[in-house]
Structure formats: C-alpha cells, structure tokens
Design a protein around this ligand. Structure first.
Ligand code: PMV
Length: 382
C-alpha cells in the first residue's frame, strides 16, 4: 500500500485520507430489516462490486476549528464533478454517520469532508453503499493515520469492524469492501452478521449496462421501503424462498450458468418491486420507461439470440447484465431502441481503495491500473 495515500501535515499534526469505494449491485436483494437500528437484514443477499461506479471521499482533520466543512460534488456528465446541492437525505445520513464514527473511535476533531460520486445518486444505483463505506473508511483512516486496511487493523479497526460501522449508515455498504462477488449473511443476531467472498467460475465475466431512465432522486428512499416491506402479503413467502435462491445463485455462478443466473436475477428484481408496491405505504419506484425497457429486454433476448437479463434496485434505472463479450452489442442494441437515454457500463471491480490524490472539482475517468488495491481478509463479521 502506498505511503503517500495518507497525506500528513506533521507540524500541524493533521492528516488527510482519500478513499474510493465502489457501489455494489445485489443479484439476491436485501429488502427489509429485522432490526432497523442495527441494520440487521431480514435476509441474506449476494452482490458484486462495480469497477467503474464509485464514491470518492477525501477527509482531513483540522484541530484549529470546531465545525466540520462539507464539500459535496456530483456527477453531471461522465467526466465531470460539480458542486452539489445535497439532498437533505444524504446530508442527514452523512452527519449522523460522522457522529457514530467519532463516538466509536473517541476522536472529536473537526473534519473537512469532500465527497462525490461519478454516477447519479439517490436513484437506485446504490450510492448509499459507496458513500457510507467511503465516508467511514476515510474518516477512520484520517483519525488513526492509516493508509491501508492492514494499518486500520493495527489501530484496532479490522475490516469487519470498519464494515460493521459502515453498515450502520447503509446496510448494503458492508458489501462494498471485498473484490468481486460477496455474500452478506444475516446470522442469528445483528452481531453475528458476516460478509464473505464468493467463488465464481473464472469464465463468468459479467458486464452491467446501466440504462439511465431517471437521475432524479427517488421519492421514497430505500430506508423507508425496508421498513414497510413486511406489510406486503408477498413478503413471508419471499423470506422462505431466500435460502434456496442463495444456494441456486451460488451454484449458477460456480458452474458459469449465465442464463439460469440471469433468470434468477430478473425474478429477484420483480419480487422486490412487487413487495414495494404491495406494501403499506406502497412505493412504486418504476417509471413507464422502466417497464418499456423490461419488456424490451425479454423480447430482444428472444429475437437477437444475445443473452442479457435485467435487474433493478429500488429505483427506476435498469441494470442489464450480459457476458462481457456481448456488452458492446448490448450497448448498441439499447442505443438503437432508446437513443434518448444515457448508458453507463461497468464490469466487476476490486473493492475499496486508498488513493494517492484526488482532483476536485474536476476529475477524469479513473485509470484503475494505477490505483492501489486492498488485500482484505476474505471473510469478516459485520
Ligand atoms: O443499503 P440500503 O439501505 O440502501 O438498501 C439497499 C436495498 C437494495 O439496493 C434495493 C437492494 C440491495 O441489496 O442492494
């Protein structure tokens, strides 16, 4: 791990840490909580981290003042960050998370926090997972002067503990740490949750083509949807089916059975939305264009012979999963049928990273080859 990634102003005793944390996409979704305070999920989930959709967070300690300085940046096009008018929801969550971090590490020093995504936030692309994991890891790194997961561990913050603290800000944040595919197991209690790496077939190379139907933050945040999920009559049958689905999903990934995996992902996404719609209060995250695209995916799959499948988070944007070798064709097909919609593509990534430098407010698309990668443990409690 680079020695430059934590920049220290030794005279002033201050430190800066820069973290880039990926968003992640659940194939088997986390929906509903058994304990909302501790973010104890009602079910296990399986996901992968994105290579190209991330939150970057730069945090510096500053002892000379008592108030934090927040600078937020947002995606405006594929290569540009600009100052953000934060959604009240993000600010509320971020500040609350900072309070938790201070309490947990017993350091009350004020911070300057620069944070931004390279994709739209609050519209179903797991920005809370990437932002809460980035914020938590950057703040802990600055407070403890750590520049790697190993150093954090040596200061009393092993990966499981960092992920568990991130999880309190956003449940799915605990799935943004490890490379590749992860399994978040709920365990028997909030304290016994864990995340582990999943082995997949080496030829299972997946690309996500994200179709941006809307970049407007959704009206009902996921946190609200989680709370009402159990009121849906479809919810108990879903919870009963989850262990079998988790096992199936893992075996399809290990066997490289892409078609079976894709069908399972579609079923999962539709389940989540059926539950959201049939809950009280009901939430409809889908827009008319979303439904058009879902229908189109199934029709095109038949007529083109190219194997691609949809999944959705709690938002209107559609994730189209294909084998990497088919992703250019998929992109062209979507572009031809929906020329007005923006597309973003990402493969499977390598988890959270410490960065040597961050360019604010303008930042070019990442060159992942030059970045440092964490070599975290493969299993951790959260
Ligand atoms: O971590 P949260 O509270 O933002 O919930 C995430 C919920 C889904 O994105 C809809 C599903 C998932 O498992 O990521």
């Amino acid at each position: 791990m680079s020695t430059n990634s934590l920049m220290e102003d030794k005279q002033a005793g201050e430190a800066t840490a820069i973290i880039r944390s990926p968003a992640n996409l659940a194939l088997i979704k986390y929906w509903g909580k058994s304990d909302p305070e501790k973010n104890f999920p009602a079910n296990d989930s399986l996901s992968f981290v994105f290579e190209s959709f991330w939150t970057q967070c730069e945090i510096s300690t500053h002892s000379h003042t008592t108030s934090d300085v927040w600078q937020l940046f947002e995606y405006t096009d594929k290569e540009l960050f600009q100052p953000l008018n934060p959604t009240p929801n993000f600010f509320e969550k971020g500040k609350k998370q900072l309070e938790r971090i201070r309490l947990a590490c017993g350091d009350a020093r004020a911070l300057t926090i620069k944070i931004g995504n390279n994709f739209p936030h609050g519209c179903g692309i797991a920005s809370s997972a990437s932002s809460m994991s980035a914020l938590t890891t950057a703040a802990l790194s600055a407070y403890t002067r750590s520049n790697s997961m190993q150093q954090l561990a040596s200061h009393g913050w092993p990966l499981g503990k960092v992920a568990a603290l991130s999880r309190l800000g956003s449940g799915s944040a605990c799935r943004s740490f490890l490379p590749g595919f992860s399994w978040w197991e709920r365990g028997d209690s909030p304290e016994s949750q864990s995340v582990s790496s999943i082995e997949v077939h080496p030829d299972l190379q997946i690309m996500d083509t994200l179709v941006l139907v809307s970049s407007t933050p959704k009206e009902v945040p996921s946190s609200t949807g989680h709370l009402s999920a159990f009121t849906s009559p479809l919810y108990s049958p879903r919870l009963e089916a989850i262990p079998e689905r988790i096992a199936l999903c893992q075996s399809y990934m290990l066997e490289n059975s892409f078609d079976q995996l894709g069908s399972l992902c579609e079923q999962e996404a539709l389940d989540l939305h059926a539950i959201a719609m049939s809950a009280t209060p009901s939430a409809n995250y889908l827009l008319p264009k979303t439904s058009d695209i879902l229908t189109w995916v199934r029709k095109q799959r038949k007529s083109s012979g190219i194997r691609f499948y949809f999944t959705l988070d709690a938002g209107a944007n559609v994730h189209i999963l294909s084998r990497t070798e088919d992703s250019e064709t998929v992109k062209n097909l979507v572009n031809r049928s929906f020329p007005a919609l923006d597309l973003m593509q990402s493969g499977v990534g390598s988890g959270i990273k410490w960065m040597d430098k961050a360019d604010w407010p303008r930042s070019e698309h990442p060159n992942f080859d030059s970045l440092k990668r964490t070599e975290g443990q493969q299993v951790y409690g959260v």
